[in-house]
Write a protein of this length. Structure first.
Lengths: 1083, 360
C-alpha cells in the first residue's frame, strides 16, 4: 500500500533529479518541501497516489487501499499521468476551472507507464523527471522522464493540472510534479493584495490633514500662550506663579502646545475607525441575511467574506465577468430546429405552455423538455425529412452510451452540445443505444437497427464539422454531416438553393436569439466510389509524411454536394435573469466586460443572448491579429471608424476643438453610436504590451461592450489591472472557477459564484453568492446603501468632532491660552463614546434614502457613488465648516449671555462650571438635532438611540453632579450640584434654545433650498414615496412628449428595459433631473 | 445531461466533506430568516423637508424668537444697575498695595454717589473684577475639594500653595483660596448729614448645594481647634476660622465669601455677589433715592496685573441681571429666521411656477 511517506519520496525524487541545475536549491527546499508539507497536512482524508473519481453506481474497486478523489488532489498538485482505468492510459478531463472550456479533453499517459495499472507494478516505478521550473503557461509543459535508462519526452498531453476534473475515467495514477504554490494554476492566480476602499484612503488622507490642522491650532495657541504669559501672566504671578521649571514665557508656550495637542486631539477621530468597521460589519451581515440573495436551489445564501469593502460596492464602474458558470449555467439545451424549411420550437400553444409529452417512448430522458408539439407530430406522422434529421443526430456523434439496467441510458459526451443533440434524438424516438468500433445500434421508434460504422471524419477547429459514413441494414451507404453553418452551407448541392435560403433565415433568427446553431446534411455514396475513397483513406492514414494534410483533403472531397436536412439550435442556458441584470447594470452606467477562456464564437453568441451585443449596434469590432502590427492596425481602424461616425453626427467644429485640446480620451468618450469590441487572447497579449495598452484601453472604453475570449487567467488579471491603472475607477470581477482567481484578487472587489464546481473563486473572493443576477442587488441595493450610509456617517462624524473640539480653541483666547478645557473631563470622555456614538451608528447601519425597489427601478440612482459625490474633499470641507460654525456659536452665544449674567436670585451665573454645563448641554442637543435631520429612516432603533442618548446625557450629568459621588471622591467630582442649579435657570435654557436655533436653521434653509432648486434624483424619488405616488393619476400628467424630448437629449447614455413604458419615462426623466448632480451641498 | 446530474451529486458529497465554508453539516435552514430586521424592512418614519413643513416652521421659529427677544429686552431694561470702578478712585491705596510688604497697612477710601430714583425690590451688591484670569487652567485646578469638605488635606491638588516651607499646610490651600477677594465694602445712606449703614445680608448669597454639600468645616469641638496645625494662606490677613467676626457660623470653609470666591468664573471679567440689601426700615422697598457712600477697605491689589475693580448695585428680573445680550440675540435671530422664511417662500413659489410650466 502506498503510504504517505512513499508518496512524498516519489515527489521529492522529482526535485532531487536535477543534473542540469534547473531548480534552485531555495526553490527545492523552500518551495517543494514546504508545499509538500502543506499537501500532506491538507484536508484530504489520506493522501495517496491513487486517484479515483467517486462513482455513484460503482464503488472504486480498482484503487488499491484508500482512495481519494481527484477534485481533492487536483486542488493541490499538477500530476504527470502514469496510468488510468481507460485503455491506452487515456484520461478524460474537464478544464472549466482552468480555461473556462466545458468540453472534455483527453490526456494520455506515455505508453511505458500506461501499463503500471496496479500498485505492485507502481511500487517498482522509480523513474526520474526533469522538467521546466514552475511557470504560468497552462498549455505548455516540457520535461523528460528517465526510466530504465531510457528517455521519454513529456508534454502537456501527459499532464493533469491542478484544477481539472476527471470525467468518464474511473481512476488514474499520477506522479506529482508541482504542488502547492508551484502549480500552474497557482502561478496564474497572482498575488493576494490587501484591499482597501477609496473611502478608506480618503479617510486616511483626511485624518492626516486633520492632524496637521491640530498641530496648526496647537502652534497658534502656543504662540498665544507665550505672548499672554509674557504680557499678562507675568503680572499675574502674585496670584498664580509659574510652574516650577518654567522660567520663560517661551517655555510656557512650548508646554501649552503639548497640552493643547492633548486637549484638541478629539478633533482627530480615533473612534472613527472603530465605528466605520462596526458599520461595515453591519452591512456585511445585511448582505448575509438577504433572503433575496439566497438561492433556494443550491441552498446558498450570499456571503460577505470581507467586511472592509462594502461601501465600494456602491461605486463600481467596471465589471469583469467570466462567462462559463457565471453568465451561463453550463447546461446545453436543444431548444429549436429547422427541418426541411420548417422551424420548430416556438411556444405554439396559447396560454400556459406545457412541455411535450414523451411518454410514448419508454427510453426517453425524463429531464428533457421541448415545447413545440408539432415536431413530435411530424415524427409520428412519419415525415421522412424529420426522421432523417433525427437519424443523423443519433448517428453522427462521438457520444458513448452506458446502460446500467434495461432502458436506463446514460450518455457520456465530449461536449455538452453533442450530448444535448443526442438526447433530443433519443426523446423523439431515435435512441442511440450502443456503439462498437464498427457498429452503432439505434432504436428507431421502437425498432432496433444496427448501422455499420464505416468511417468517422472527426471534428477539428479548421474543419468545424464532423461526419460519419454508415451502411444501413439495407446496404445503402450514407454520409451524415453536421457542422458550422458558414462551412456547411458552401458544401451543399446546388439543388438545395431554395431550402438553403429558408434555413439561412431560420439560422439568422436563432443566432439573433443567442443560440448555438449547427447545420445538418447528408449525402448518399455509391458503393464503388466509397470503396475507392476508403482505400485512399487507408493509404493516407498509413502515410508517414503530410498525413494530416492528405486526410483533410480526402475528407474535404467526400463532404461535398451534400443535401441539406436542417439546422439545430442549442441554447447555452444562461443563468436566470442574466440579460435583465446586465441591462439594469448598464443603465446604472456600469460597463461590463466579459473575459472568457472559451472560443470566440461561443463568447460572441453568449454576448448576444445576454443582450450585451445587439443587432442595433453600429458595429462590432473583432480583433484577431496575430502580430503586434496587425493588432495595432485593427485597433487604429476601430478608433477611426468610431471617430468618423461621431464627426458626421456631431458638428465638425466642436470635434476639431476637442482634438486640438489633444485629449484623445475625451474624443473617444464623446462617441456617438454603440460599438462593441471582441478581442482574442493572442491579440490581447500584444494589446497588453506597455506601448499599446493605452491605445487598447481607449478603444475598449469607447465601446459599450467588450468581450475578450481565449484569455488566460493571468491575462484576465492584466486587463483588470490595466483598467485600474488608467481609469481610476472601481472595478469588480466576478467568476466561479479557479481561472478567475487572479482577476478576482486583482479587482477592487472580487465576487465568487458559489455552489458551482470548485470553491477556489469563492475562497479568493470578497463576496460570494450563487447567481449572477444577485449582482444587481449587491450593487444597486446593498452597495448603494452602504456607500450612502458611510458617506453620511463620515460627514456627520467629522462635523460633530469639530463642533465639539473647536470650542476649546475659542475658549483658549479667553483663558490665557492655558489649555483649560471648556467641558467637564467626564463629558469629554463620554461625548464620543456615549452621547453621540449610537445615533450616528444607527444611521450608518440602518439609513435608507429610497426603498430597495426604487434602486432597481431607477438604476441612475447609482451614479452619485461612481462620481464619488457624497463624500469627497469638498464635502469634507463643508462638514468641517459646519462644525466650526457650530463651535463658534456654541462658544460665543453662552459667552455673550453669561459674561455679566446673574441668576434670577441674584447669585452668580457666570462661573466656569455653569458655563461648562450650558455649552455641553447645547452641544449635545444641537448634534442630536443634527443627526435627527441627517437620519432619513427613523426605525425604532434610531428613535431609541437618539432619544436614549439625550436621556443618557441628562442621566449621567445629574449622576456626575450628585452628592453621593462627590462625598466619595470630592476631588474627582467637583461639579457637585451644578446641573440642578444651572439647568433650573430659564436663562440657561433660553441660551440653549437660541444656540440650537441658530445652528440648525441655516442648515435646514440650505438643505431645503437645495432640495427645491437642484434636487438629486434620490430626493425626487424619495418625494415620490408620499401617498401621491409616481404612477398615481395625479402625476400621470407627466407627458410623453416631454419624456421623448428628454430622451432625445439624453441620447446614448440611457437604455430602458424594453417593453416597459415606466422605464422609458423613468429614464428620460432621470436624464433631465440628474443634470444638477455636479455640485452638492451638505448644509 | 448525465454529466451535469452526476456532477451535482459529486458536488454535494464534496461540499459536505471538504467545504470549510459550509461546514460539515448542511442544515436545511441556511436560508436567512425572513425577519423585518434582517431584511432591512423595519417600519420607519421617513421625514422629508417638504415646503409644507419647512416654511411654516421658519415663520414659527421667527415669531417665537422675536417674541422671546422682546420679552427679554423688556425684562433686562427693567433691571436697575449702578456700577463704580474704584480701582483708581483711591490712587494712594492702589499704590500702597502694589508693594506687597505693606500688606498689613490698612487703607480706606470712599466712593460717593447719588440715586436720583428709588431702586425698588431686592438690591444686590456685587464686586466685579476685570482681567483677573480665574479661568486659567493652573488656577482652576489649584484647590482641594476634599479639604474644603473638611477632610484630610490632599496636597497634590493645591500646587503651588500647598504648604509652607516648614511643612505647615495651608487652610484652605491652593491658588484660588489664596487670592481671595478681601476688600470690605460698606454702603452708607447719607440722610440729613448722618450716614446710616445700609443693612446687608452676608449669608444666603451662595448656592444652596455649595453651602450645604460642597463645603464643610472639619469636625471638632470648636472651630479654631478644627484648624489647628494649619496656617492661613500667605495673602490672607486672618485665619479661615476668623473670617467673619460677627457671625460665628459664617466662619471656616463655610464662609460665604469664600464659597462664592471658590466658584471660579468662566471668564477674566466677572462679578460675584457680595451682599444683599436687607429689606428693613427705610430700605424695606429697596434703596430710596438720595446720596450714598461706599466705604471700602482697599486690600485687594489689582493694578499689578492691570486689572480693575468694580462695585455694582443691581436688581434682578426673571431673566437675571441687566445683560441685554440674550434679548438682542433673540431679536436678531428671529428677524433672520423670518426673513429667510420669506426669501425661501418666494424662491419656492417662483420655482413651482416654473415646474408647472414644464409639467403641464
Amino acid at each position: 500500500m502506498w503510504g504517505r511517506g512513499e508518496l512524498c519520496r516519489v515527489g521529492l525524487r522529482v526535485g532531487l533529479a536535477d543534473p542540469e541545475g534547473l531548480f534552485q536549491p531555495e526553490w527545492f527546499w523552500g518551495s517543494v518541501n514546504l508545499s509538500w508539507k502543506r499537501l500532506c497536512r491538507s484536508s484530504c482524508p489520506a493522501m495517496n497516489l491513487t486517484v479515483t473519481v467517486p462513482n455513484s453506481t460503482r464503488s472504486p474497486s480498482a484503487g488499491p487501499g484508500v482512495s481519494t478523489t481527484l477534485p481533492c488532489l487536483s486542488r493541490q498538485a499538477d500530476l504527470l499521468l502514469l496510468s488510468s482505468s481507460e485503455p491506452h492510459g487515456l484520461c478524460y478531463i474537464e478544464t472549466a476551472e482552468l480555461d473556462g472550456e466545458t468540453n472534455m479533453k483527453v490526456r494520455q499517459a506515455i505508453p511505458v507507464t500506461s501499463e503500471l495499472g496496479d500498485t505492485s507494478k507502481l511500487a517498482r516505478f522509480d523513474g526520474e523527471v526533469i522538467c521546466e521550473p514552475p511557470n504560468n503557461k497552462l498549455d505548455k509543459f516540457g520535461g523528460t522522464l528517465y526510466w530504465k535508462e531510457n528517455k521519454y519526452p513529456l508534454s502537456n498531453q501527459n499532464m493533469l493540472l491542478r484544477g481539472c476534473v476527471l470525467r468518464n475515467t474511473e481512476w488514474c495514477f499520477g506522479l506529482v510534479i508541482f504542488a502547492g504554490p508551484d502549480t500552474k494554476l497557482m502561478q496564474n492566480s497572482g498575488r493576494t493584495k490587501f484591499k482597501r476602499t477609496s473611502i478608506d484612503r480618503l479617510m486616511n488622507t483626511l485624518v492626516l490633514w486633520i492632524f496637521g490642522f491640530l498641530v496648526c491650532m496647537g502652534v497658534i495657541l502656543a504662540i498665544g500662550n507665550a505672548i499672554w504669559e509674557h504680557e499678562v501672566g507675568v503680572c499675574f504671578q502674585i496670584y498664580l506663579p509659574w510652574d516650577e521649571g518654567v522660567h520663560s514665557a517661551f517655555f510656557s508656550g512650548f508646554l501649552s502646545f503639548w497640552s493643547y495637542i492633548i486637549i484638541l486631539n478629539t478633533v482627530v477621530p480615533i473612534s472613527l475607525y472603530v465605528s466605520v468597521e462596526v458599520i461595515r460589519l453591519g452591512h456585511s451581515y445585511f448582505i448575509n441575511w438577504d433572503k433575496k440573495m439566497y438561492c433556494a436551489k443550491r441552498r446558498t445564501p450570499a456571503e460577505a467574506r470581507t467586511t472592509t469593502l462594502n461601501e465600494e460596492l456602491g461605486q463600481v464602474e467596471y465589471i469583469f465577468s467570466d462567462k462559463t458558470g457565471t453568465l451561463t449555467q453550463n447546461i446545453m439545451v436543444f431548444s429549436k430546429c429547422s427541418v426541411n424549411g420548417h422551424s420548430y420550437g416556438e411556444h405554439r400553444v396559447p396560454g400556459r405552455p406545457e412541455p411535450v409529452d414523451f411518454s410514448f417512448n419508454p427510453l426517453a430522458d425524463p429531464r428533457f423538455q421541448f415545447w413545440d408539439p408539432g415536431l413530435l407530430e411530424a415524427v409520428k406522422l412519419g415525415d421522412p425529412h424529420v426522421h432523417e434529421f433525427f437519424r443523423l443526430l443519433s448517428l453522427c456523434h462521438t457520444v458513448m452510451s452506458e446502460e446500467k439496467s434495461e432502458g436506463e441510458l446514460y450518455y457520456k459526451a465530449q461536449s455538452p452540445d453533442e450530448g444535448a443533440l443526442v438526447t433530443a434524438a433519443r426523446n423523439f424516438g431515435f435512441v442511440f443505444r450502443s456503439r462498437t468500433p464498427k457498429t452503432i445500434t439505434v432504436h428507431e421508434l421502437g425498432r432496433a437497427i444496427t448501422y455499420q460504422l464505416l468511417a468517422i471524419l472527426d471534428f477539428n477547429n479548421i474543419r468545424k464539422r464532423m461526419s460519419v459514413i454508415v451502411r444501413s441494414p439495407e446496404g445503402k451507404i450514407r454520409l451524415y454531416c453536421k457542422g458550422a453553418d458558414t462551412i456547411l452551407l458552401e458544401r451543399l448541392h446546388p439543388v438545395n438553393q431554395d431550402l438553403t435560403n429558408v434555413t439561412t433565415d431560420h439560422l439568422n433568427e436563432y443566432a439573433g436569439e443567442g443560440l448555438r446553431t449547427l447545420v445538418l446534411a447528408y449525402k448518399d455514396l455509391e458503393e464503388s466510389y466509397y470503396k475507392d475513397w476508403s482505400e485512399r483513406l487507408h493509404r493516407a492514414g498509413s502515410a508517414t509524411e503530410a498525413r494530416e494534410d492528405r486526410l483533410a483533403r480526402l475528407y474535404d472531397e467526400v463532404e461535398h454536394d451534400m443535401m441539406l436536412l436542417g439546422a439545430t439550435a442549442i441554447e447555452d442556458k444562461l443563468q436566470q435573469g442574466v440579460p435583465e441584470t446586465i441591462a439594469i447594470l448598464t443603465l446604472a452606467n456600469i460597463k461590463i466586460w466579459v473575459l472568457t477562456g472559451d472560443k470566440q464564437e461561443t463568447a460572441v453568441n453568449i454576448g448576444y443572448s445576454c443582450k450585451m451585443l445587439t443587432d442595433d449596434m453600429t458595429e462590432v469590432f473583432v480583433v484577431t491579429g496575430h502580430t503586434v502590427l496587425e493588432v495595432r492596425e485593427e485597433l487604429r481602424k476601430a478608433r477611426e471608424k468610431m471617430m468618423d461616425a461621431s464627426r458626421s453626427v456631431g458638428n465638425g467644429f466642436s470635434y476639431q476643438e476637442k482634438l486640438s485640446s489633444s485629449k484623445l480620451t475625451s474624443v473617444l468618450e464623446a462617441i456617438a453610436g454603440e460599438y462593441a469590441l471582441v478581442i482574442n487572447g493572442h491579440s490581447l497579449a500584444h494589446a497588453l504590451e506597455a506601448d499599446m495598452e493605452v491605445e487598447f484601453l481607449e478603444t475598449a472604453c469607447a465601446c459599450k461592450a467588450v468581450i475578450c475570449c481565449r484569455v488566460t487567467p493571468l491575462q484576465k488579471a492584466q486587463v483588470v489591472e490595466l483598467v485600474k491603472k488608467y481609469k481610476k475607477a472601481v472595478t469588480l470581477a466576478i467568476g466561479d472557477g479557479a481561472n478567475d482567481v487572479s482577476m478576482i484578487k486583482t479587482a477592487h472587489i472580487g465576487v465568487g459564484i458559489s455552489g458551482q464546481e470548485g470553491i477556489q473563486a469563492v475562497l479568493a473572493s470578497d463576496y460570494s453568492f450563487s447567481q449572477f443576477k444577485f449582482l444587481q442587488r449587491l450593487l444597486l441595493v446593498h452597495g448603494r446603501w452602504s456607500y450612502l450610509r458611510m458617506c453620511k456617517f463620515l460627514c456627520y462624524f467629522f462635523y460633530k468632532n469639530f463642533a465639539f473640539t473647536m470650542v476649546h480653541f475659542w475658549f483658549g483666547f479667553f483663558c490665557g491660552f492655558s489649555a483649560q478645557t471648556v467641558y467637564d473631563q467626564y463629558f469629554i470622555t463620554l461625548y464620543n463614546i456615549v452621547y453621540t456614538s449610537l445615533p450616528v451608528l444607527a444611521m450608518g447601519v440602518f439609513d435608507q434614502d429610497v426603498p430597495e425597489q426604487r434602486s432597481m427601478e431607477y438604476p441612475k440612482l447609482y451614479e452619485p457613488g461612481q462620481l464619488n459625490l457624497l463624500f469627497n474633499k469638498r464635502e469634507f470641507f463643508i462638514c468641517i465648516a459646519q462644525g466650526i460654525y457650530t463651535s463658534v456659536l456654541m462658544f460665543f452665544i453662552p459667552y455673550g449671555v453669561l459674561a455679566d449674567a446673574t441668576r434670577d436670585d441674584g447669585a452668580q451665573l457666570a462661573d466656569y462650571q455653569s458655563f461648562a454645563v450650558t455649552v455641553a448641554t447645547s452641544l449635545v442637543i444641537v448634534v442630536s438635532v443634527q443627526i435627527g435631520l441627517d437620519t432619513g429612516f427613523w426605525t425604532a432603533i434610531n428613535h431609541f438611540f437618539i432619544w436614549g442618548s439625550l436621556a443618557a446625557y441628562f442621566a449621567i450629568l445629574f449622576t456626575m453632579h450628585s452628592d453621593g459621588l462627590f462625598q466619595m471622591f470630592p476631588n474627582q467630582f467637583r461639579f457637585v450640584g451644578n446641573a440642578q442649579n444651572t439647568l433650573a435657570q430659564p436663562t440657561v435654557w433660553l441660551t440653549i434654545a437660541l444656540t440650537t436655533v441658530v445652528c440648525i436653521v441655516p442648515v435646514v434653509a440650505f438643505r431645503f433650498l437645495k432640495l427645491d432648486l437642484k434636487p438629486e434624483l434620490s430626493d425626487t424619488v424619495r418625494a415620490q414615496m408620499t401617498p401621491r405616488g409616481f404612477l398615481s393619476p395625479a402625476n400621470e400628467a407627466f407627458p410623453q412628449g416631454w419624456a421623448a424630448a428628454c430622451w432625445a437629449v439624453g441620447g446614448n447614455t440611457a437604455h430602458p428595459l424594453p417593453g416597459s413604458p415606466l422605464y422609458l419615462r423613468t429614464v428620460a426623466w432621470m436624464n433631465c433631473s440628474i443634470s444638477g448632480k455636479g455640485d452638492t451641498m451638505r448644509m | 445531461r448525465y454529466s451535469s446530474f452526476s456532477r451535482r451529486q459529486e458536488l454535494d458529497t464534496l461540499t459536505k466533506v471538504h467545504n470549510p465554508l459550509i461546514g460539515t453539516k448542511t442544515h436545511p435552514s441556511r436560508c436567512p430568516d425572513n425577519s423585518a430586521f434582517k431584511q432591512q424592512k423595519l417600519p420607519a418614519w421617513k421625514p422629508q423637508l417638504t415646503p409644507a413643513t419647512v416654511l411654516p416652521s421658519f415663520f414659527l421659529t421667527g415669531a417665537f424668537c422675536l417674541a422671546m427677544g422682546v420679552c427679554l429686552i423688556l425684562s433686562a431694561n427693567s433691571v436697575r444697575e449702578i456700577q463704580f470702578d474704584y480701582s483708581d478712585k483711591c490712587s494712594d491705596c492702589s499704590k500702597l498695595r502694589e508693594n506687597s510688604s505693606n500688606w498689613n497697612k490698612e487703607c480706606h477710601c470712599s466712593v460717593n454717589f447719588t440715586l436720583k430714583e428709588d431702586i425698588l425690590g431686592d438690591v444686590f451688591m456685587y464686586y466685579g473684577l476685570q482681567n483677573f484670569y480665574q479661568n486659567h487652567r493652573r488656577y482652576v485646578i489649584s484647590r482641594s475639594d476634599a479639604q474644603l469638605l473638611g477632610r484630610n488635606v490632599n496636597k497634590s491638588y493645591c500646587a503651588p500653595f500647598t504648604t509652607y516651607h516648614n511643612g505647615t499646610p495651608m487652610a484652605p490651600c491652593g491658588a484660588i483660596a489664596n487670592s481671595m477677594f478681601n476688600d470690605t465694602i460698606d454702603l452708607f445712606y447719607n440722610l440729613n448729614s448722618s450716614a446710616i449703614q445700609v443693612p446687608v445680608l452676608k449669608t444666603g448669597n451662595s448656592w444652596w448645594t455649595d453651602k450645604n454639600v460642597k463645603f464643610r468645616n472639619p469636625k471638632s469641638y470648636n472651630l479654631s481647634s478644627a484648624f489647628a496645625g494649619t496656617a492661613r494662606p500667605p495673602y490672607w490677613h486672618k485665619p479661615v476660622y476668623l473670617l467673619d467676626k460677627e457671625d460665628e457660623r459664617n466662619n471656616g470653609y463655610v464662609n460665604e465669601d469664600l464659597i462664592i470666591w471658590m466658584r471660579v468664573s468662566a471668564f477674566a471679567t466677572f462679578r460675584n455677589l457680595y451682599r444683599r440689601v436687607k429689606r428693613i426700615r427705610q430700605f424695606a422697598d429697596g434703596l430710596p433715592a438720595g446720596n450714598y457712600t461706599f466705604r471700602i477697605s482697599y486690600n485687594f491689589p489689582v493694578t499689578k496685573f492691570k486689572g480693575r475693580k468694580h462695585v455694582i448695585l443691581s436688581t434682578v428680573a426673571w431673566s437675571g441681571g441687566s445683560n441685554p445680550f440674550l434679548g438682542i440675540a433673540y431679536v436678531v435671530s428671529g428677524t433672520a429666521a423670518t426673513l429667510t422664511g420669506f426669501v425661501i417662500t418666494a424662491i419656492h413659489l417662483k420655482l413651482r411656477k416654473k415646474k408647472t410650466f414644464f409639467q403641464k
